[in-house]
Design a protein around this ligand. Structure first.
Ligand SMILES: Nc1nc2c(ncn2[C@@H]2O[C@H](COP(=O)(O)OP(=O)(O)OP(=O)(O)O)[C@@H](O)[C@H]2O)c(=O)[nH]1
Ligand SMILES: [Mg+2]
Length: 363
């Protein structure tokens, strides 16, 4: 038994918040004695819980006070030193049990930490932790592949040639894996797509059209959006967070100026920028500056339902946020830029910084 397991630990295994049933796990050398102090089986049998048996009974959170009325619940011994307590799913029930176990000397830990105590493979722990946070089926399927060994096998395929002195082969395999890192970082957190453009070009309208509901305020008054407004959706199974930002211009007041500063911060952290122009208006020096500022952006010429103002403009996608024109093409372009080479089923994808460091360290 490793040092961490020689200590009494308890953890809430179900998500925090209300549910039908909550599960508290207890593990440690004297776990059976601790359970016996709190739990009385309904059958009245006093013998200790045998392995794999599920017992219904009464749990007194405060074991020292025999006067208190206990809670009816189910206890299962899942290992010699391991128990699961299945109680009412409200927040209070599991909190009372954990408080009682803490009073008995148990250390309360988060479930990934609890999992790490019993699972020797850190990739499995990381995959299970990430799976609980995955937002789409597509990202969950990729994480499931890693849980089932895709990444471990790929890391082994780097380690083996590296150990045999075949450095070129190892380096190639490592580089192929690390090319997937950008996607791996977005399996739990969404891709960040930020819209920018001059005031009134239709950024907020475009966000609403892309996510399919009215999230951002639209108004025919330049300088309407002052704060960064986000809306999260899935495009082709990839989680994407769109940020609507204040239109970029010489600010008219301190509030607008704060909005523009927030927009610039958000732009700096973006995975992808959409720079939006109003095709029905003349092409201005400000437009040209914005275009030059974001050389990697997708260029969107909005309001294509209106007559176009003749001007030499950079090429881009013609769309209409209010007329619902060109939005499918825009979404496809976004997906193509965010995930140019989607992994095939079973492909390895590193998804934590620890894994990426490990791969870099092998070559
Ligand atoms: N005809 C037409 N009007 C549009 C289109 N998109 C937006 N508008 C209108 O343009 C005006 C400004 O739209 P917003 O979405 O608020 O523009 P914005 O870029 O967010 O503006 P700021 O928040 O001020 O920077 C509104 O009256 C919209 O209805 C479009 O595709 N076609
Ligand atoms: Mg706006």
């Amino acid at each position: 038994m490793n040092a961490a397991r020689s200590e009494l630990r308890a953890s809430l295994l179900t998500p925090t918040g209300r549910g039908a049933v909550a599960v508290v796990a207890l593990t440690g050398p004297n776990a059976a004695d601790v359970v016996a102090r709190h739990f009385t089986a309904a059958s009245g049998k006093s013998q200790s819980l045998s392995l794999g048996r599920i017992r219904f009974g009464c749990w007194r959170a405060n074991a020292a006070n025999l006067e208190t009325i206990g809670e009816e619940l189910v206890v299962c011994r899942t290992g010699d030193d391991d128990f699961e307590i299945h109680c009412h799913g409200g927040v209070a029930a599991s909190a009372a049990i954990l408080d009682g176990l803490r009073a008995d000397g148990a250390t309360i830990c988060e479930w990934p930490e609890w999992l790490a105590l019993r699972e020797p493979d850190p990739i499995v722990v990381e995959a299970r932790t990430a799976l609980a946070k995955a937002r789409t089926q597509r990202t969950a399927a990729i994480l499931l592949d890693q849980l089932q060994g895709a990444l471990s096998r790929a890391i082994e395929a780097v380690r083996r040639p590296s150990a045999d002195g075949e450095l070129d082969g190892a380096r190639e395999a490592a580089e192929a894996l690390l090319r997937r890192a950008a996607l791996g970082r977005r399996l739990v957190e969404p891709f960040r797509v930020v819209l920018t453009g001059r005031p009134n070009v239709g950024k907020s309208s475009l966000i609403n059209a892309l996510v399919g509901y009215r999230r951002a305020v639209v108004y025919d008054e330049p300088g309407t959006t002052r704060d960064v407004v986000t809306a999260t959706t899935a495009l082709d199974g990839w989680p994407v967070e769109f940020s609507d930002t204040a239109g970029i211009r010489e600010a008219r007041d301190p509030l607008e100026s704060a909005g523009i500063a927030a927009a610039r911060r958000r732009l700096a952290e973006a995975d992808l920028v959409l720079v939006v122009f109003d095709r029905s208006q003349a092409w201005t020096a400000d437009d040209a500056n914005l275009f030059a500022e974001h050389p990697d952006a997708i260029v969107v010429h909005n309001k294509c339902d209106l007559p176009a103002m003749e001007a030499a403009r950079p090429s881009g996608l013609a769309v209409s946020a209010v007329g619902n024109i060109g939005l499918d093409e825009l979404m496809q372009a976004i997906v193509q830029r965010l995930v140019p080479n989607p992994p095939a089923p079973g492909d390895a994808v590193p998804f934590t910084e620890r894994q990426m460091e490990l791969i870099r360290g092998l070559v």
